[in-house]
Design a protein around this ligand. Structure first.
Ligand SMILES: Cc1ncc(COP(=O)(O)O)c(C=O)c1O
Length: 451
């Protein structure tokens, strides 16, 4: 008997999860690859917890940096691990425009706290699709796109992955090497098989364009390809528009399925439209495409968990059936998404003045990050730190992929109380004019004393 797509997906997931369960190593690299540890069966000794054999899991490689930072009593400690914006004073920022939208919402006595529909807030979904695809997108005009509100970027990726595992014939997804640490886990645990394509070239600290083309060129027809829409995390290296066009042609010629992760729209260049160009190029050719959007960084709504998954189809009736199946994915996971954050976003996106104010605040954040790049570069030049640091200026978005190795990172944490991920990635958004000299001193010492 033929299995239903849901049963087949569940089977696949079980086998994928089982494969991970076999891995009981504490090796950090395995953890990065989406594996987790299992504990042996509980002994049934009287009075003992049935969970007494549970193995303590390591901290998340990114969020664990903040845990370690919080424990450090040093007054000069600096957290450059997590990708969250900080002001010049090192404080988290709530955008003015968000405060204004929240005031409007709080003072609106007609608002109630009823459940949203499974797919979320309708206005939010429409406006989010417009934001990423553009006002005049043919996909929106032709009802070719279905958008569902999800739990920020992570939730949007996961819902998209679950949908693909159930309804798409190819279960291999290619993700860039390196990529955001959570990608592998999200796709693996949804039941997809994760492979990597070459992306970063440590020798040039730039894009390995040839490697990328070779790897995608030899991917099986129909394979899913994860692309960072802009401000690639962790490398800060993006393809040029010409390179994007070549990637688009390659992907379409091999009938690969693009899945965009757009976590930094507006954060890379300061312009929402410019940062959406890669996505619009793909949607403009009439082909199909997935897009996961996050409002964590660009609206500073991190903890509100606001995001959207859009699936662009070739026909309106397909888009509508896709949406009906997305509901079946979402309902047993969390029923329906939260209302507050999406209402903030919708309030801003539908009001011309608020939207304009947002673009100014966003540009100010992006510009401050660019200033930090320049200051760090100048500080290293002033110290005569050995090496070419021009990539600090060239890389795009929130992060600099410094090229510092694990030992150098450990040295900087131990001696200078500077916290960052072990791959040498630093969040430029966590720096300020006051802290740049401390970071430059630490980098100089690391490079000159640790190999
Ligand atoms: C590349 C990338 N994708 C997705 C996300 C998801 O973020 P969130 O779930 O907070 O929206 C992040 C966050 O750091 C990211 O860097």
């Amino acid at each position: 008997m033929k299995k239903s797509s849901e049963t087949a997906a569940a089977d696949r997931r079980l086998s994928t999860v089982a494969r991970h369960l076999i891995t009981t190593t504490t090796n950090n690299e395995e953890e990065e690859n989406g594996s987790f540890m299992i504990s042996s069966s509980p002994t049934a000794a009287a009075g003992q917890s049935v969970f007494s054999n549970i193995v303590g899991a390591p901290e998340d490689p990114i969020l664990g940096v903040t845990v370690a930072y919080n424990k450090d009593p040093s007054p000069v400690k600096l957290n450059l691990g997590v990708g969250a914006y900080r002001t010049e004073e090192g404080k988290p920022l709530v955008l003015n425009v968000v405060r204004k939208a929240e005031n409007l919402l709080v003072n609106d006595r007609t608002r109630v706290k009823e459940y949203l529909p499974i797919v979320g807030l309708a206005d939010f979904n429409k406006l989010s699709a417009k934001l990423i695809l553009g006002e005049d997108s043919h996909a929106i005009r032709g009802n070719l796109v279905t958008t569902v509100q999800c739990l920020s970027g992570t939730g949007s990726l996961r819902v998209g992955a679950e949908f693909l595992a159930r309804h798409y014939y190819q279960h291999t997804i290619y993700i860039p090497n390196p990529t955001w640490g959570n990608h592998t886990k999200i796709f693996n645990l949804a039941g997809l098989t994760v492979k990597t394509y070459r992306y970063y070239d440590p020798a040039t600290r730039g894009l390995n364009f040839q490697g990328l083309q070779e790897d995608l060129g030899s991917a099986p027809s129909g394979a899913i390809v994860l692309l960072h829409a802009c401000a690639h995390n962790p490398t800060g290296v993006d393809p040029t528009l010409e390179q994007w066009e070549q990637i688009r042609r390659l992907i379409r010629s091999k009938s690969l399925l693009p899945f965009f992760d757009s976590a930094y729209q507006g954060f890379a260049s300061g312009s929402l439209d410019k940062d959406a160009q890669s996505v619009r190029m793909f949607v403009g050719d009439g082909g199909e495409c997935f897009i996961a959007q996050s409002y964590a960084k660009n609206l500073g709504l991190y903890g509100e968990r606001v995001g959207a998954l859009s699936i662009v189809c070739r026909a309106a009736d397909v888009a509508s059936r896709v949406e009906s199946q997305l509901k079946l994915v979402i309902r047993p996971m969390y029923s329906n998404p939260p209302i507050h954050g999406a209402s903030i976003v919708a309030t801003i996106l539908k009001d011309r003045n608020l939207y304009h104010e947002w673009t100014l605040e966003l540009k100010a954040m992006a510009d401050r990050i660019i200033t930090m790049r320049k200051q760090l570069f100048d500080a290293l030049s002033a110290r005569g730190t050995p090496g070419d640091w021009s990539h600090i200026l060239k890389q795009i978005g929130m992060f600099t992929f410094t090229g510092l190795n694990t030992k150098q990172v450990a040295f900087m944490t131990k001696e200078y109380h500077i916290y960052m991920t072990s791959d040498g990635r630093i969040s430029m958004a966590g720096l300020s004019s006051r802290t740049v000299p401390h970071l430059a001193d630490a980098m100089h010492a690391a490079v000159t004393t640790v190999v």
